[in-house]
Design a protein around this ligand. Structure first.
Ligand SMILES: [Zn+2]
Length: 591
């Protein structure tokens, strides 16, 4: 809608103004897209969100989307609760309640914590909705009618005690690929391999713990092997050097290892009913149904906003990006694209930037052991500190390998970086502006500091390049460089000493410092939205466009600044100790 080629692309803009830091390929690649569809993995509505999930699939997607919105691009960011699958029914069984009760409870908890944390979806939908059931059933029907499935009757594991077939999370055993002894029937969460129950070594029913028996049942299979050549061309040739190496590497080893047929239906009573008469008592496989959730969410959003959902799913000039954690790579980079391709009307993801895992205090996050920092609890315990967590999680985002969250590191990053660098620079600048000029922005010139002004112009384009390449840690570090630059500039020019002898020069110094602060409010906005909003209010400026970043006239001489307060507060040891204790206590109680 708002997109224009000449002004819409930050790369095109800077490409002509400055030496070509970015390749022409990137400019051309981005230019062909008129709109963006961004998705984050649908969280299972069987528990609240923990910070490992946030660092994996949500924060980065939110930063990316905010960056696109700041450029005025036509972008829609969709997500929703995954309310089907064995994860839900097992939880209901454990809690002695109904699956519906489980999904209703956790859908609202999850939705609220995303909101409080500042993850700004255009829609947060749910797969139990009627629209989703219809969309998923229609998708299945198209594939079925065009002969894309194989109907097979095979022996499958069955729990005699509970009279139930055991698929996915209903069955556990040892992974044949990595020997992990708690792999599920559809996937090993340790090595990420997609599995089928018959591949598990020493399989056991997760409901009864019994060794399962074999019994015949009929299902509809996706013959994934038929798509190997196509996947080689599309991913291995088409996305080499473009997709992150962890994603590309996993895809390569799966494709080259040979892809087996996978059942797309299940013997369960909770889920999207298979739309075939002969499939009584069967539902769609949750990993067929869940990614279609992105489509139904887009449909609902389009309906609510008078848009055409097909523009976002069926038009080649839409860029589709799936943000996920590494355990979902096979589903988003292999299985869902096969389904989209087999259907024939849909675009494919341009990228699948998956993150690795986040550990907490040097241990793997475990929801069953309650070794986790829960997002809703964080937001309760440390109110108005959502940006501190956003900052820390982005700084340590597991972009290329697993990373560590520790409360001491959290405290250090808050105190030594947010407070001492960013907060300190902004506070010094605003307090001096009030003290010297009663809060009225002075006039001045910047010729004396060409190195400083050059960096102010360069840094936003560097941040843009990092975000475009899904390097969010790097982008955030570049944003902090603006604050470091500001601190260094004030330390070197020492306006507090010069004010008595050369007040005219101090005016120029303070004006330049204010321009740096104003630049921070745009350039760091995707990362720290609440902080940047507050900063813009304190500067009394309205900034809404990324193109303004890197310029030196964001705040005008003669205007007044707003009320000044601290952006960040120091976190004392006792606050952090409470969190460490809480983590350990809860884990102990549970085990
Ligand atoms: Zn494994």
């Amino acid at each position: 809608m708002f997109y224009t080629f000449a002004k819409g692309s930050i790369f095109a803009l800077f490409y002509y103004d400055s030496p070509p830091r970015f390749s022409a390929v990137m400019i051309d690649k981005d230019k062909k897209f008129k709109r963006y569809l961004i998705t984050s993995a649908l969280p299972y509505a069987n528990g609240p969100l923990h910070i490992g999930q946030i660092a994996g699939a949500y924060l980065t997607a939110d930063i990316y989307t905010r960056f696109l919105r700041l450029q005025g691009k036509d972008v829609v960011f969709v997500c929703g609760s995954d309310e089907h699958g064995a994860a839900i029914t097992l939880r209901a069984k454990k809690d002695k309640t109904s699956p519906q009760e489980i999904v209703d409870t956790y859908h609202s908890i999850i939705e609220q914590s995303f909101k409080d944390f500042g993850i700004e979806f255009d829609i947060y939908h749910r797969t139990s909705s009627k629209l989703h059931h219809e969309t998923a059933a229609d998708f299945f029907t198209v594939l079925h009618e065009s002969g894309k499935f194989e109907q097979k009757t095979k022996e499958q594991y069955y729990d005699d005690e509970h009279n139930q077939f055991l698929a996915d999370r209903y069955i556990m055993g040892t992974c044949p690929k990595c020997d992990y002894d708690a792999a599920y029937g559809d996937q090993c969460e340790k090595c990420g391999s997609a599995l089928s129950p018959r591949e598990l070594i020493n399989p056991k029913s997760t409901i009864s713990g019994n060794v399962p028996v074999l019994k015949e049942t009929t299902h509809w299979y996706l013959p994934m092997g038929d798509y190997e050549a196509w996947l080689k061309e599309w991913i291995l040739d088409g996305h080499k050097g473009d997709w992150k190496s962890n994603v590309y590497g996993q895809c390569k080893s799966w494709i080259e290892g040979g892809l087996k047929s996978r059942a797309m239906t299940r013997d369960l009573d909770w889920g999207v009913k298979v739309p075939l008469e002969e499939a009584e008592g069967k539902v769609l496989y949750v990993w067929l149904d869940a990614p279609i959730g992105y489509i139904s969410a887009t449909k609902q959003w389009a309906k609510d906003h008078g848009k055409n959902w097909e523009d976002y799913w069926k038009s080649d000039d839409t860029k589709l990006v799936h943000f996920i954690g590494k355990d979902n790579i096979v589903f988003h980079a292999i299985i869902f694209p096969i389904l989209l391709h087999a259907h024939g009307e849909y675009i494919l993801p341009d990228n699948v930037p998956a993150n690795e895992f986040l550990n907490i205090e040097y241990q793997k996050i475990s929801t069953s052991r309650n070794w986790a920092v829960w997002l809703h609890e964080y937001l309760e315990d440390l109110p108005n500190k959502q940006d501190v967590l956003r900052y820390v999680l982005c700084s340590i985002a597991p972009e290329t390998k697993d990373s560590e969250f520790t409360w001491k590191d959290f405290q250090a990053r808050n105190n030594n970086e947010l407070v001492a660098i960013l907060g300190n620079f902004v506070n010094r600048t605003l307090v001096l502006t009030q003290k010297y000029y009663d809060g009225v922005v002075p006039n001045g010139t910047f010729e004396e500091w060409p190195e400083v002004t050059k960096r102010i112009e360069e840094i936003p384009e560097e941040i843009a390049a990092s975000i475009e390449q899904y390097r969010f840690r790097e982008g955030l570090a570049k944003g902090m460089e603006l604050a470091r630059l500001g601190n260094q500039f004030l330390a070197e020019t020492e306006p507090w000493k010069l004010q008595k002898t050369d007040p005219e020069k101090v005016q120029s110094i303070m004006l330049l410092a204010l321009q740096i602060a104003a630049n921070i409010s745009i350039a760091m906005n995707p990362f720290l939205p609440a902080t940047c909003k507050k900063l813009a209010q304190m500067l009394n400026i309205e900034l809404s466009n990324w193109e303004q970043a890197g310029t030196l006239n964001l705040i005008e001489a003669g205007q007044s600044i707003g009320e000044v307060s601290l952006l960040f507060e120091k976190l004392e040891d006792e606050v952090i100790d409470v969190q460490i204790e809480k983590l350990q206590k809860k884990a102990q109680v549970h085990s």
